[in-house]
Design a binder for this molecule. Structure first.
Ligand SMILES: Cc1ncc(COP(=O)(O)O)c(C=O)c1O
Length: 355
């Protein structure tokens, strides 16, 4: 099948086509600040690992955002909307709990907008991410994602407490604020629609807060209700045991007090949840680097693994778009490190890809 009209086959280095003279200098293609570089990320077609498959798989490379992940989008939108509504006062501190990507987004947005940033991180925050956050000037506290909100050590409880006790601190609450999915509704969805010339048939993304899949899925389904929205997770969790798959499969909405997942996961928009074992995801991550030249984060490899499986049963009319939230940068000490693999029962992957 012919590639979609937006696919560029030009694979040699050349300067982008820009007009040489601008009647209005404000139209010149330079960014006014780093904030103007958030979003509008590229989409690339997989060509090697997809050999022989009937359908095409594209990857939306959101690691090309200035902070290295898709979370720059939500950080920018959450901050701008909270400033506009008056919730976030000038110079107030932003506190956030999470794996670090959103905090990096907040830290770079905060640097420009005058908001200091605190991250409540789990013990799994990678040393490289921690150093990057400190470079941006962020403060780091420790909290536990595995304890209930009622426990004072829970990472959301710590963030909420700081915001309650200090009027100059504002908790962004990314797992519940509608400005998180709205950021994707306003940017990621329209970008994918335009970049595939409206030919996208399947959208795949991993879920943590649910912002990506809910916001992008809402936009794409409004454009074409036949588009399938598929979310992905590891067999090992975190979403396997909390009834999310059953809620997605059911037609009735789950009452708020019965949900064990973030409010921003809109189960009515998601057509299915696909789980894959961590081992197979890591292996594909190495393969994508070696065969496609794409060094991707683990959730990106996870969704591509699902897309490869579904594409086997697909038709030439199907166009899969996989969302890549971040790059291999933050996994180099663990899943993309041969010694770590050896020590964690994954020596077969280490042996296959290392001499
Ligand atoms: C690497 C990575 N992938 C996927 C996600 C899921 O994105 P969302 O929070 O929009 O569900 C996140 C969010 O934390 C992430 O950091």
């Amino acid at each position: 099948m012919a590639p979609t009209p937006t696919t560029s086959s030009d694979d040699h280095l050349s300067a982008r086509e820009f007009p040489e003279h601008f009647p209005d200098p404000s139209l010149a293609p330079t960014a006014d600040s780093v904030l103007a570089l958030v979003g509008s990320t590229p989409v690339v077609r997989l060509t090697e690992v997809t050999e022989g498959l009937p359908a095409q798989i594209f990857v939306k490379l959101d690691q090309t955002n200035p902070g290295g992940s898709s979370k720059d989008r939500i950080a920018l939108h959450i901050v701008r909307e909270a400033e506009r509504s008056g919730e976030l006062a000038p110079a107030a501190r932003i506190i956030d709990n999470g794996a670090g990507n959103t905090a990096i987004g907040f830290a770079l947005v905060g640097a420009h907008t005058g908001h200091p940033v605190t991250l409540v991180a789990s013990s799994e925050l990678s040393p490289a991410k921690e150093r990057l956050l400190r470079l941006y000037g962020a403060e780091i506290l420790r909290g536990r994602p595995d304890l209930p909100f009622s426990d004072p050590q829970n990472w959301e409880a710590i963030a909420a407490r700081h915001a309650d006790e200090d009027p100059a601190t504002w908790w962004s609450h990314q797992s519940a604020t509608p400005t998180n999915p709205d950021a994707h509704y306003l940017s990621t969805g329209p970008e994918i629609w335009k970049q595939t010339a409206g030919r996208v048939t399947h959208f795949l993304a991993a879920t943590a807060t649910g912002g990506t899949v809910s916001g992008t899925g809402r936009y794409l389904k409004e454009r074409n209700p036949r588009i399938r929205v598929i979310t992905t997770d590891f067999v090992e969790g975190p979403n396997t045991s909390n009834g999310l798959a059953a809620a997605i499969a059911s037609d009735s909405p789950v009452p708020e007090d019965e949900r064990a997942w973030p409010a921003n996961i809109d189960t009515e928009l998601i057509d299915r949840l696909e789980l894959r074992p961590r081992h197979d995801v890591i292996e594909l991550g190495w393969r994508l680097a070696r065969e496609e030249g794409l060094a991707l984060g683990l959730t990106s490899a996870l969704s591509i693994l699902v897309a490869l499986d579904l594409a086997r049963e697909a038709t030439p009319e199907d166009t899969f778009v996989v969302f890549s939230a971040d790059s291999a940068r933050d996994y180099l000490d663990h899943e993309y490190n041969a010694e770590w693999l050896q020590a964690h029962g994954l020596a077969d992957i280490a042996d296959e890809y290392n001499d």
